[in-house]
Design a protein around this ligand. Structure first.
Ligand SMILES: Cc1cc2nc3c(=O)[nH]c(=O)nc-3n(C[C@H](O)[C@H](O)[C@H](O)COP(=O)(O)OP(=O)(O)OC[C@H]3O[C@@H](n4cnc5c(N)ncnc54)[C@H](O)[C@@H]3O)c2cc1C
Length: 483
């Protein structure tokens, strides 16, 4: 196989027999064919098998809707050689495997009844004198934030510290700073991955794999073991958190238009909640975000929004990481499902339809909402084909979110999901170009996920995947996959 990459070295702790069928077709495990993962002991940092009390807690996904599946074993990996050993053992023994970092896949893509390859022990973070940040492949975002804060640096990042940095970056990575600083993946300067054949490669600008990891999705090409990022200075921001009661489409649209007119230094999220008795039975609306730069400029930018008379609110200028501490949202494990849809300017009909649908929410013990992240700005500094992250031309990323609890009946959950799917297809029809869904918000209900996530980049990604992983060893569930 010829790769436009610097192939560093084979990493296997044990040599691979040349004749081994590397990645036999996946199949479900049965009691009679179950291989013994104990053979991996000594070749990974730690092996946790069935019977070990920690298996349940370490394998629990953040979305509890997928908590019913337990792995055969967990291979904890502290260095690339461990990852190579784990995935090679899995392929030799025809055991399905998945990589796990933060476990925050919306659709349980890091859940398996085979081998869970736990990347979390690869958690080293270094900040060089020139500011370049090197991250281990299993680092969680809250550790990245702590390291950046200590050096007064930042990159585009999300609000939940429990998310794994690797998959966040591989899906593009959105956050309040993205219109100002580009997508999270735009700060990547180099990445190392262990591929299906157990070798580790380092990819940089000009390499096809470097193109692919910036938007091609977690788990699709190999196990990311190290990242190098070029961060920005962490400058003060004005945080805004404004709330309205009894909102309507006119307010929603007016807000969207005011935000669209704002400079790229503003990042925002608008959320409209389905009416619920706990909040007076009226649709609530929130606007959350930040603006980089001096307070007087921020107040001038926010003027049109503040004139829309929020019921409550907070607008405060502060040091960058102090603001992030207030904006952070540690998603506790819960049962939920999300949809997403990129659009240009928000059509009036979409706002009308969203509020009409919110009022018909059938209800669970959780909640339902329609949200819009403002994109555009510096995200457009790259063209859709410059990296695998194809959604560069959009103005907004819209979507619905529903949550429910363990006590909700299956029929109630099904009704809620039906409502959400109908909402998604209605907004799909009403949204403005360019369309598509966000690969970091994996949606199991999409008919053609590869098209929705990768669009015009789909064929190029599939060709690379076929070259690097011809037998489909890294075969994430179809709901997340490329082909
Ligand atoms: C509460 C919450 C908040 C979120 N906020 C944001 C946000 O603000 N912005 C945003 O862009 N996204 C956000 N996300 C989405 C998140 O970025 C994706 O779900 C991401 O894939 C989660 O990564 P993880 O490591 O936590 O999850 P995991 O479930 O561990 O992994 C997700 C996928 O990536 C693979 N993977 C894991 N580690 C590696 C690795 N080292 N190398 C290669 N593949 C790997 C897994 O096999 C799986 O297929 C949020 C998700 C949640 C649940």
């Amino acid at each position: 196989m010829t790769l436009p990459l610097t192939r560093r070295r084979a990493l296997l702790a044990l040599p691979l027999a040349a004749s081994l069928p590397l990645a036999a077709p996946r199949r479900a495990l049965s009691a009679t064919t179950r291989p013994d993962p104990a053979l991996l002991r000594g070749r990974v940092a730690e092996l946790i098998g069935r019977g070990d009390a920690r298996l349940d807690s370490l394998s629990l996904p953040q979305n509890l809707a997928y908590a019913g599946t337990r792995p055969l074993a967990i291979a904890r990996c502290a260095e690339p050689a461990h990852v190579a050993s784990a995935i090679t053992w899995a392929q030799e023994n025809r055991v399905p495997f998945v990589l796990r970092s933060g476990g925050h896949s919306y659709a349980g893509c890091s859940v398996t009844d085979g081998l869970l390859v736990d990347m979390r022990p690869m958690s080293t973070i270094r900040v060089a004198r020139d500011g370049a940040v090197t991250l281990g492949g299993g680092v969680l975002n809250h550790d990245v934030y702590a390291a950046l804060r200590a050096h007064e640096l930042m990159v585009t990042h999300g609000r939940c510290g429990g998310v794994g940095a690797s998959a966040f970056l591989m899906g593009g990575g959105i956050g309040f700073a993205m219109r100002d600083r580009g997508m999270g993946c735009d700060a990547v300067r180099a990445v190392s991955l262990v591929l299906a054949d157990g070798t580790e490669v380092r990819a940089t600008e000009g390499d096809e794999l470097f193109w692919a990891v910036r938007g091609g999705g977690g788990g699709n090409f190999g196990a990311a073991t190290q990242w190098t990022l070029a961060p920005f200075p962490a400058e003060p921001v004005t945080l805004f958190d404004l709330r309205w009661r009894d909102a309507d489409p006119a307010l929603f649209l007016a807000l969207a238009r005011a935000l669209e007119a704002a400079p790229d230094r503003l990042g925002s999220k608008v959320t409209a909640f389905a009416p619920d008795r706990r909040h007076g039975g009226v649709p609530r609306l929130t606007l959350l975000g930040q603006i980089r730069g001096p307070r007087d400029e921020a107040m001038a930018i926010l003027g049109p929004v503040l004139r829309m008379r929020p019921a409550t609110g907070r607008v405060e200028t502060m040091a960058y990481w102090d603001a992030q501490a207030l904006l952070s949202e540690e998603g506790e494990p819960a049962r939920y499902r999300e949809t997403s849809r990129f659009t240009g300017h928000v059509p009036e009909a979409l706002a009308e339809e969203a509020f009409r649908r919110l009022r018909t929410w059938p209800g669970t013990s959780g909640e339902a909402l329609f949200k819009m992240f403002q994109v555009g700005g510096r995200i457009r500094a790259k063209a859709p084909g410059d990296t695998a992250y194809v959604h560069r031309d959009a103005e907004w990323l819209t979507g619905t979110e529903i949550t429910w609890g363990a006590a909700d009946s299956p029929a109630r959950v099904e009704a809620a999901m039906g409502w959400q799917r109908a909402f998604h297809w209605a907004s799909d029809a009403l949204a403005d170009a360019p369309g598509g869904s966000f690969q970091n918000f994996v949606d199991p209900g999409l008919e053609d996920p590869a098209e929705a996530y990768y669009g015009a980049n789909r064929q190029r990604l599939a060709a690379l995947r076929a070259r690097l992983d011809p037998n489909g060893a890294f075969a994430p569930p179809r709901r997340q996959g490329i082909a």
